[in-house]
Design a protein around this ligand. Structure first.
Ligand SMILES: Nc1ncnc2c1ncn2[C@@H]1O[C@H](COP(=O)(O)OP(=O)(O)OP(=O)(O)O)[C@@H](O)[C@H]1O
Ligand SMILES: [Mg+2]
Length: 302
């Protein structure tokens, strides 16, 4: 069953298209990464998923219920941007307040989520003495109150140091082992690459890529070809059957098989001097997509 399903989801603010025709399907039990650079529309999408703002167009279903049915979001735990707390109350007290306003949940729940978030030792401290990482974890703890089957977290690793990020990764893994589904956004691929079962990449409100992190990287393998400068013109013609770029006198061919590329060159009478298959890290891929999409947008606007 899909826990989140959106079709043609669009949000415009005046002339700004923050989210542009987004289709998403998130299956139960996954950690799903929602990736994009700053301003890509991640928070806007999450606000729509949580019923905090109304889509301009499109349809959203959460846990089998169509928004704006309030029952759709009732079983969803969430954290958006900087979590807000009462600074003069302790971490524990803040969670107790959140648990009570969330419908008088079991007080033992507070102890459980504090433990899960690694905050038991600092639970008696006032939140205004918390580091950013502690606040972030307290936000995640609050989202986990009542064991919601779906957690939606906006940039949960924001402001955390590498060890904090590792802890959050471990925590998210534990949650899905428990049967929950986690949807989290990030603008830093490296932070979520290891923890996500699937990722969607958004740039300027549009979905530009989707899939398992490993496949995303693998599909986009490129073949790097070096030829004698005298053969460059012939090679350019022969390789034009694939998307190809030229960089520092080499051709970067968007294809995953070096033999095919070499075969086409040889059949056209060009002997390649070097043929290597590149396996870009997802992070590089992300950067590349981002820059390319931005470039397209700039061209389209001018
Ligand atoms: N209430 C609003 N009114 C007008 N424009 C808005 C509003 N909220 C968001 N936007 C615009 O929509 C676009 C997407 O913003 P959004 O905050 O969703 O991006 P984001 O992916 O969450 O970015 P970040 O990584 O910086 O958090 C931006 O251009 C932003 O300026
Ligand atoms: Mg945001």
């Amino acid at each position: 069953m899909n826990v989140i399903s959106c079709a043609s989801l669009t949000k415009r603010f005046g002339s700004t298209v923050a989210v542009d025709g987004l289709d998403l399907e998130v299956a139960a039990g996954q950690v799903y990464g929602f990736l994009g650079p700053n301003g890509a529309g991640k928070t806007t999408t999450i606000r729509m998923l949580l019923g905090l703002i109304t889509p301009t167009e499109g349809r959203i279903e959460l846990l089998g219920r169509r928004l704006p049915d309030p029952r759709a979001v009732a079983r969803t735990g969430s954290m958006i941007e900087e979590p807000a707390f009462y600074p003069w109350l302790t971490g524990r007290r803040n969670l107790e307040v959140a648990a009570a306003t969330g419908g008088g949940r079991d007080p033992a729940e507070v102890g459980r989520v504090l433990g899960l978030a690694g905050l038991t030792d600092v639970a008696a401290r006032k939140v205004n003495a918390y580091s950013q990482g502690m606040r972030q974890r307290l936000g995640i703890a609050a989202a986990m109150l009542g064991r919601p089957p779906l957690l939606i977290l906006d940039e949960p690793t924001n402001g955390l140091d590498p060890s904090g990020i590792r802890e959050i990764r471990g925590l998210l893994g534990d949650l899905t082992a428990d049967g929950s589904t986690v949807f989290l956004s990030s603008h830093l691929l490296a932070e979520v690459e290891q923890v996500c079962d699937r990722v969607a990449v958004v740039v300027r409100g549009r979905l530009v890529d989707e899939g398992a992190p490993a496949t995303l990287g693998a599909i986009r393998r490129r073949v790097k070809v070096g030829v004698d400068p005298a053969d460059a013109g012939a090679a350019r013609r022969l390789l034009s059957r694939w998307p190809v770029q030229e960089m520092n006198g080499e051709f970067l061919v968007e294809h995953d098989n070096g033999r095919d590329v070499n075969g086409v060159l040889a059949a056209g009478g060009v002997i390649a001097e070097r043929v290597t298959v590149e396996q870009p890290r997802l992070e590089d891929r992300f950067l590349e997509i981002t820059t390319r999409e931005d470039a397209h947008a700039v061209i389209a606007e001018s």
